[in-house]
Design a protein around this ligand. Structure first.
Ligand code: KIV
Length: 270
C-alpha cells in the first residue's frame, strides 16, 4: 500500500496497524495477516542482537534488514529507522544515509527527536525522502533521558512534545510516532496536526499503533546479559499468542484489535 493510500485510511477513520519486522519470512506473514505498514526498527539491536539498547545498531544492519524485509513483501509499505549517528551530524550525511535505506527498499525513514532534528527532517523531505518523526520517549536518547521513562508527564514537557509535533507537521512529515506518552497528550497531538500519529504506549486515540513483534508474541525477555526471570514486559505490550495459538492468528488478532480499537486498552496506556 502506498504512503498516500495509508494516510487515506485515517480520513476514513480506519486505524493503521503497524508491526516491527526484520526478515522476509515475517514480512510475508505480516502482509498476509493484513498489517498495513512494517517498521524495520533499530529495536533489532535489542531483540535480534541482544544489546541493552539501540545505540550500537549500524547503517549496514539497517540496510541488510530492510533488504530482507523488502524481499518478503509484494506491496506493504516499509518504514526504516535511521540508526543513531546516521543523521545528527549534518544534513548532507543524513541525506546520503536516508537514500541508502530507500535504495535498500524503504518507502519512508524514521528519525528520532524534535528541536534541531526538525531542520534535518525538512532537508530530507525537500530532497524527496518521506519522513516519520519519532517523539516522546526516543530510544536513541535513552542515556540522556535517564532510562526507559514516560515522557510528557509535566505541563512543560507535554507542551514541548506538542510543539515539536506541530513543527514536524508544518514541514511536511508523513507520520508522527509517539512513544510512551500519556494517552491524553497523544490525543491532543493527534487532534492538533494533519499528519497521522502512530502510537506505542500512547493510548488508543492515535491514528495507528505499532508493536515490536517479539512483544506481540511474548518472546522477548530482555538483553542477552540478563536472566529471563528478571525481565518485566512494559505496560504497553500485549502477548497476542497466548489466546491465539499460531503466529499468524496472533498477528491477525493484533490487526483486528487495532482496527476495532480494543488495543491498546486503558491497562496498556499511561
Ligand atoms: O525501533 C523500533 O522498533 C521502534 C518502535 C519502538 C516504535 O522505533
Amino acid at each position: 500500500m502506498s504512503l498516500e493510500k495509508l494516510k487515506s485510511l485515517v480520513t476514513r477513520d480506519e486505524k493503521i496497524a503497524m508491526l516491527t519486522c526484520y526478515d522476509a519470512t515475517f514480512a510475508k506473514l505480516n502482509e498476509a495477516a493484513g498489517v498495513d505498514m512494517l517498521l524495520v526498527g533499530d529495536s533489532l539491536g535489542m531483540v535480534l542482537q541482544g544489546a541493552e539498547n539501540t545505540l550500537a545498531v549500524s547503517m549496514r544492519d539497517m540496510e541488510y534488514h530492510t533488504q530482507s524485509v523488502a524481499a518478503g513483501v509484494k506491496s506493504c509499505c516499509i518504514m526504516t529507522d535511521m540508526p543513531a549517528g546516521s543523521y545528527e551530524q549534518n544534513n548532507e550525511v543524513a541525506l546520503v544515509n536516508a537514500k541508502k535505506l530507500m535504495a535498500a527498499g524503504a518507502d519512508i525513514v524514521k528519525i528520532e527527536g524534535g528541536g534541531g532534528i526538525v531542520q534535518t527532517a525538512e532537508f530530507l523531505i525537500k530532497n524527496g525522502v518521506p519522513v516519520c518523526a519519532h517523539l516522546g520517549f526516543t530510544p536513541q536518547s535513552v542515556m540522556q533521558l535517564g532510562g526507559y521513562r514516560i515522557q510528557g508527564k509535566t505541563d512543560e514537557s507535554a507542551l514541548n512534545i506538542l510543539q515539536d509535533a506541530i513543527e514536524m507537521d508544518k514541514i511536511g512529515v508523513s507520520f508522527v510516532l509517539l512513544e510512551m506518552v500519556p494517552a491524553a497528550l497523544a490525543k491532543r497531538i493527534t487532534e492538533s496536526i494533519k499528519a497521522p500519529t502512530i502510537g506505542i504506549g500512547a493510548g488508543v486515540d492515535c491514528d495507528g499503533q505499532v508493536l515490536v513483534i517479539q512483544d506481540l508474541l511474548g518472546i522477548y525477555t530482555g538483553p542477552a546479559s540478563k536472566r529471563p526471570d528478571d525481565f518485566k514486559s512494559p505496560r504497553f505490550t500485549k502477548n497476542f499468542l497466548v489466546e491465539n495459538h499460531t503466529i499468524q492468528a496472533a498477528i491477525q488478532a493484533y490487526v483486528s484489535a487495532v482496527k476495532n480499537k480494543t488495543f491498546p486498552s486503558v491497562e496498556h496506556s499511561y
